[in-house]
Each structure stands twice: as structure tokens, then as C-alpha cells.
Design a protein around this ligand. Structure first.
Ligand SMILES: Cc1cc2nc3c(=O)[nH]c(=O)nc-3n(C[C@H](O)[C@H](O)[C@H](O)COP(=O)(O)OP(=O)(O)OC[C@H]3O[C@@H](n4cnc5c(N)ncnc54)[C@H](O)[C@@H]3O)c2cc1C
Length: 439
């Protein structure tokens, strides 16, 4: 029997180092580099500032450590990655400095599994080394949650595929060296059998970025990182189809589950950061002759936040543990991934709102990071599929383990159950020790 909530002392030492390094070296980057693409764009000034930090991380054996040793990582698995991410998520630069940033980490997994040797040499190695960026593009302007509505398609023409259509919100497309794009290859089949993933190199004729959207109200329109892309007779070699034709969703599964868990892991860091701010503030501010911390309505906010964060964190770690245990994403693993994905925006909303509220006017000003955290919550409910879709996955899986009642009254109908129980134990109620009629 093993059931353990402890971190071994050797890894705890690493976590302590990561905490100090993140607070002292990485978090200041957020205050200097504020363009939407800064953490990911290899050509940004931030990339130069990050380079020595990445070197230090590599020297300490903590670079891309969720990836297996065969690809140059440490093979730490998801639980250790969760413990790291709940520190790294304090900064938007954290994952990039440690080589575990989305969408590159998931794209590397796809390339490792399905890329040709030539593609691996050209793209996988520099991607894993953090030298280039990549993009994963599936969503279309008219369709996101429901892939059956996708229309961007490819037709085979000799040794090439010809792609026509549009893609939307393709993160990092403008500075990605290559894009992994989900395209319909057989429109007569259901989408889960009729779509494939293509590797499309940046600069391929026929691929055009129409504009770049940003999340949030950025003053300069168009400098966001989410590309609106049009493909017009865009030709890609047949070898750029990853995996089997029609297996796009199978290939995508290699990355989507991981991505969803990683958002939740990083959200734990955001929650802890908001909680720290909330606690410091209520211990510092006096109102009506006493600290805010001494008011019971404040204490309720602290207690509720603490409990929600702990519940969420344990759920995230449990899910990470399940992935490590079962490796492939089976039904149970998918259920938990969907559950924490759907829980993420709700817990962020509750805790960050309380933290902002307890800071009063300062909380919603641009002088503390809370408003920024608040502005990032909605994307957690939509990115990698909206909460509704994940809740449907959870509910369907939960319901599979239950059956309808055989009778008009439920199995837990008290009079029926009591009658059976009386037959078993009722005689203890009688002096003579015989079962009593329950009629
Ligand atoms: C920050 C960010 C980064 C992103 N990066 C990428 C990327 O790199 N690549 C990529 O391909 N995509 C990316 N996306 C797009 C993302 O995957 C889609 O936004 C998501 O799949 C939802 O699709 P949609 O935006 O078209 O919303 P829609 O599908 O139009 O859904 C809108 C709303 O309708 C409701 N809804 C939808 N389906 C159901 C249902 N079955 N039951 C009940 N209600 C439902 C929900 O309230 C949902 O929020 C990104 C999105 C964000 C916010």
C-alpha cells in the first residue's frame, strides 16, 4: 500500500532552487518585457535576456525535464512537472526558461512520434533546445469547439497535398519556424477519420497570415500572437503529413491532454501568488481600528481561498499521477484531465476576485498584478476547448459507472430498503428475538 503526499528531499532541494531562481531571475522579466510575444518569440529582446537563464537551467539538469532521456530530457514525468509548474507559472516567462512552454512541448511530442528523421533533425532538435518556436493550428474562424465544422481541406496531387482554407487563433504562427495544421483530407468521412495533421514550414507559398489577434485590449492592434491564416493552393510535400492519413485526431491526442494539464498546473502558481498577495494585504491594512485580517468576513475569504486552492492543487497532482501511472490517456485519465480543465477558470475567478476585492482600489489598478491575472482568466475557459465540452466528457464518463433503477422507485428508496434491513436485523428489536412484520 502506498499513498503519499510527500516530495522526496532530493527533488525538494531542486524545487527550492527553482523557487528562488524564479522569484529572483525570472519574475523581473515580466516587468521589463511586456509585448504579447515576448516569452516565445526567438527574435524578441526578451529572448536575449532569457538566454543566460536557460543556460543556467540546462547546467542544473532542469531543462525540458518532462521529456524522456531519448529526447534529451530528464524523463521526470507529470507529477514532478506539476510541482515545477506550480512555481514556474508565477511568471509568463517561467515555462520558456525551463523548456516546457506551450505549444512547443506538445509539438515536440508529435514530431518525436510522427516526424521523419529529416524533420526531426531540422525541427525537433532546435525546438527541444529552445532555439525556435512552433505553432499548432486547428481552430477555424467559423469553428472551434466542434471540429465537425472544420472546412480547411487538402487534396492529394501527386507527391504533394494542396491546402485551401482558413485557420484562426493559431498561437505563435507569426514567429513559428513550422506549423502543425489540422486539415480535412476526406470530407466524406466523419471528421475524426477524415482529418490529418500537416507540417507546414514558415514561408511556404500560399500561406498568408491575415492578421494577429491579441488576448486583451492591447493598444497596438495586430501585434498579438494569435494568427488568422489563409491557405490558398498551398502545396506541401506528401511526407509532411504526420502519421497516417485520416489519423489527425489520434496524432493530436499526443499533445492536447498534456497541454490541458499544464494550463492547470501553471494556474496553481497563479492562485498561490494571488493568495500570498491577499494574505500580505489583510495583515497590513487597518480599518475601523483593526487589521482586515481580524475581520471574520475577511477570514472567510482567506479560508475559502485556501481550501479551494488546496482541493484544486491535489486534483491537479492526482491527474498528473494518473498520467504517469497509465502513460496513455485512457478513459479515467481523460475524465480527470477534463475535470481540472473545467475547474481552472472557476477557481481562478473566485480567488483572484477575492484578492482584488480585498485590495480595494489598489487591487484593480495597474500598480499591482491582480488585474492582469484577472484579464487572463477567460482564456482558461476557452483555450483547448470550452468548459462545457470538458464537463460533458466528465459527466459522460461518470455516468458510465452508473445504471438506471430497475423499478419505478430508486434503489435507495428508504421504505423498500428498510423492509429488507428489517428482515435481516429487525428481530433484535423484539424481546423474543424473532423478525417482526414490516407491513
Ligand atoms: C489564448 C488562446 C490561445 C489559443 N491558441 C490556439 C492555438 O494555438 N491553436 C488553435 O487551433 N486554437 C487556439 N485557440 C482557440 C481555442 O482552441 C478555441 O477558442 C476553442 O476551441 C473554442 O472555439 P471557439 O473560440 O471557436 O468557440 P466556439 O466553438 O464558438 O464556442 C463558443 C462558446 O460556445 C459554447 N459551446 C461550445 N460548444 C458547446 C457545447 N458542446 N455545449 C455547450 N456549449 C458549447 C461555450 O460557451 C463556448 O465558450 C486559442 C484560444 C485562446 C483563447
Amino acid at each position: 500500500m502506498s499513498w503519499c503526499f510527500e516530495t522526496d528531499s532530493e527533488f525538494q532541494e531542486k524545487l527550492s532552487w527553482i523557487t528562488k531562481f524564479t522569484r529572483e531571475e525570472i519574475e523581473p522579466l515580466d516587468l521589463v518585457f511586456r509585448e504579447p510575444g515576448d516569452p516565445w518569440d526567438p527574435a524578441s529582446p526578451a529572448a536575449r535576456a532569457m538566454a543566460p537563464l536557460k543556460k543556467t537551467v540546462k547546467k542544473n539538469g532542469l531543462w525540458a525535464c518532462h521529456i524522456g532521456p531519448e529526447l534529451g530530457g530528464e524523463g521526470y514525468g507529470q507529477v514532478k512537472l506539476a510541482l515545477m509548474n506550480e512555481i514556474l507559472g508565477r511568471s509568463r516567462f517561467g515555462p520558456s526558461v525551463f523548456g516546457c512552454q506551450a505549444p512547443d512541448s506538445g509539438n515536440a511530442e508529435i514530431l518525436a512520434h510522427f516526424g521523419t528523421p529529416e524533420q526531426k533533425t531540422k525541427y525537433l532538435k532546435p525546438l527541444l533546445d529552445g532555439e525556435i518556436a512552433s505553432c499548432y493550428s486547428m481552430t477555424e474562424p467559423q469553428a472551434g469547439s466542434d471540429p465537425a465544422e472544420f472546412t480547411c481541406r487538402a487534396q492529394r496531387d501527386g507527391d504533394e497535398w494542396v491546402i485551401n482554407g482558413e485557420k484562426w487563433f493559431a498561437s505563435h504562427a507569426r514567429f513559428a519556424e513550422f506549423l502543425l495544421v489540422m486539415v480535412v483530407t476526406d470530407q466524406d468521412l466523419p471528421i475524426y477519420e477524415g482529418a490529418s495533421i500537416f507540417l507546414i514550414e514558415q514561408g511556404t507559398p500560399g500561406m498568408e497570415i491575415l492578421r494577429n489577434s491579441a488576448v486583451g485590449p492591447y493598444a497596438e492592434q495586430g501585434d498579438g500572437v494569435h494568427g488568422y491564416i489563409r491557405f490558398t493552393d498551398c502545396r506541401v510535400p506528401a511526407k509532411n503529413l504526420l502519421g497516417e492519413e485520416g489519423n489527425g485526431f489520434l496524432v493530436a491526442q499526443t499533445r492536447l491532454g498534456g497541454g490541458r494539464v499544464h494550463h492547470a498546473m501553471r494556474s496553481v502558481a497563479v492562485l498561490k501568488k494571488a493568495m500570498d498577495m491577499m494574505c500580505e494585504r489583510v495583515l497590513s491594512r487597518t480599518t475601523k481600528g483593526e487589521l482586515l485580517a481580524q475581520k471574520q468576513l475577511t477570514q472567510e475569504k482567506i479560508a475559502d481561498s485556501y481550501t479551494q486552492i488546496l482541493q484544486f492543487r491535489l486534483h491537479v497532482l492526482y491527474t498528473a499521477w494518473l498520467i504517469d501511472k497509465y502513460k496513455e490517456y485512457n478513459r479515467e485519465v481523460r475524465k480527470e484531465i477534463a475535470a481540472i480543465k473545467a475547474a481552472t477558470p472557476r477557481v481562478l475567478q473566485d480567488v483572484i476576485y477575492r484578492a482584488m476585492h480585498l485590495h480595494g482600489s489598489l487591487g484593480m489598478s495597474d500598480e499591482v498584478p491582480l488585474m492582469n491575472m484577472w484579464a487572463n482568466i477567460p482564456e482558461m475557459g476557452v483555450v483547448d476547448g470550452p468548459s462545457e465540452v470538458h464537463k460533458v466528457t466528465v459527466a459522460r464518463t461518470v455516468l458510465r459507472d452508473h445504471e438506471p433503477a430497475a423499478d419505478v422507485f430508486p434503489t435507495y428508496h428508504t421504505p423498500t430498503q428498510r423492509a429488507r434491513a428489517m428482515q435481516k436485523y429487525g428481530h433484535y428489536l423484539n424481546k423474543n428475538g424473532r423478525a417482526e412484520s414490516t407491513a
